[in-house]
Design a binder for this molecule. Structure first.
Ligand code: VAH
Length: 317
């Protein structure tokens, strides 16, 4: 069985469904701090800062794989740095220790482009760039990558990791990220509301569509162990774009779309992140390649969100 920790999150919620489709609902244990009432499947409440609770669920369900998707993201994380550090690191160490003690076959650990800082080239940032992250979230992810590699080298634990770019999905509103503008913008466009962007118009960032991110996650986990050459974390890229690029793309489908720009503290975070990512190692080692570009992302986001808001839109039209 597969345990998903953080199953209510932006990635966790979609990944859980994809895993249920692939391996059967009876083999997926979803978990998070609070039970999701409308959840169709096996759900256990787990606070991942509690080692015993994770071990209890792993033992009870004979878990063989763990996907650890619980963390406090970049922007939210800056509100309380030491708490962010404590939660992001303690939860990962609990997962790695339970995995070691219970002989878990495979662990997935999500890292992020937030691990890069001013020392990394801004464009086509290489996998082995020097990491000097500027957010606590980024620091905790660099730390997590090194712990993942340590548990692989010292204990032979099969931990695999991807540095997610900003993830764009229609299934949930993300919480606390610096790239979240790229999700909110589509909701505002579909609701015919002006979008106020918290980054300035030419801030290009590496992004990936949710379906590509989920596929990358499952593909790296299903690759033969000998293909996984990097045990800290793999760069993975979808596409890079700026608020201006995505606003232009949206205007093609939503002619009256309006945007204005009010950069806030998240501009400083974004200014220290790469504009684009070199993911050639992922392509070489486990055949990674993205399917979605900005045009197909926009088409999919707009049509899915129109579907979600159809009752609301009929009421207002
Ligand atoms: C964040 N969406 O903004 C996350 C992610 C690369 C961005 O780490 O914090």
């Amino acid at each position: 069985t597969v345990l998903v920790i953080g199953a209510n999150g932006q990635v966790g919620s979609v990944l859980t469904e994809a895993l249920q489709d692939k391996y059967g609902k009876e083999n997926i244990i979803a978990s998070d701090l609070r039970k999701r009432e409308d959840f169709d499947g096996i759900f256990e409440v787990i606070d991942a800062t509690n080692f015993d609770r994770i071990k209890e669920v792993v033992t009870e369900y004979k878990v063989t794989q763990i996907y650890h998707l619980a963390a406090i993201l970049s922007a939210k994380g800056e509100e309380n740095p030491l708490r962010t550090w404590d939660i992001n690191v303690k939860t990962l160490l609990n997962v790695l220790e339970v995995a070691r003690i219970c002989n878990i076959e495979k662990v997935f650990y999500p890292s992020s482009i937030a691990v890069f800082g001013n020392s990394a080239p801004r464009n086509n940032t290489p996998n082995d760039a020097y990491l000097d992250p500027t957010t606590v979230y980024g620091i905790s992810k660099v730390d997590g990558e090194n712990w993942a590699q340590y548990y692989h080298v010292k204990y032979g634990l099969d931990v695999r990791s991807i540095r997610y770019p900003g993830i764009i999905g229609y299934q949930s509103l993300p919480g606390g990220g610096t790239t979240d503008y790229a999700v909110d913008i589509y909701h505002k466009a579909v609701l015919n509301e002006t979008f106020t962007c918290f980054l300035n118009e030419d801030t290009a960032l590496p992004m990936i569509f949710i379906d590509d991110a989920i596929r990358a996650t499952i593909e790296i986990m299903e690759a033969p162990a000998e293909h996984i050459k990097i045990r800290t974390s793999y760069n993975v890229a979808g596409i890079s774009f700026s608020p201006k690029d995505v606003a232009l793309e949206i205007s093609e489908l939503c002619p009256g779309f309006k945007i204005d720009y009010k950069p806030d503290f998240r501009q400083d975070i974004a200014d220290n992140w790469p504009k684009s990512i070199d993911d050639s190692e992922a392509r070489m080692d486990w055949n990674w390649k993205p399917d979605y570009n900005l045009c197909s992302i926009t088409e999919t986001m707009i049509s899915k969100l129109k579907e979600q808001y159809k009752d609301h839109l009929n009421l207002t039209e």
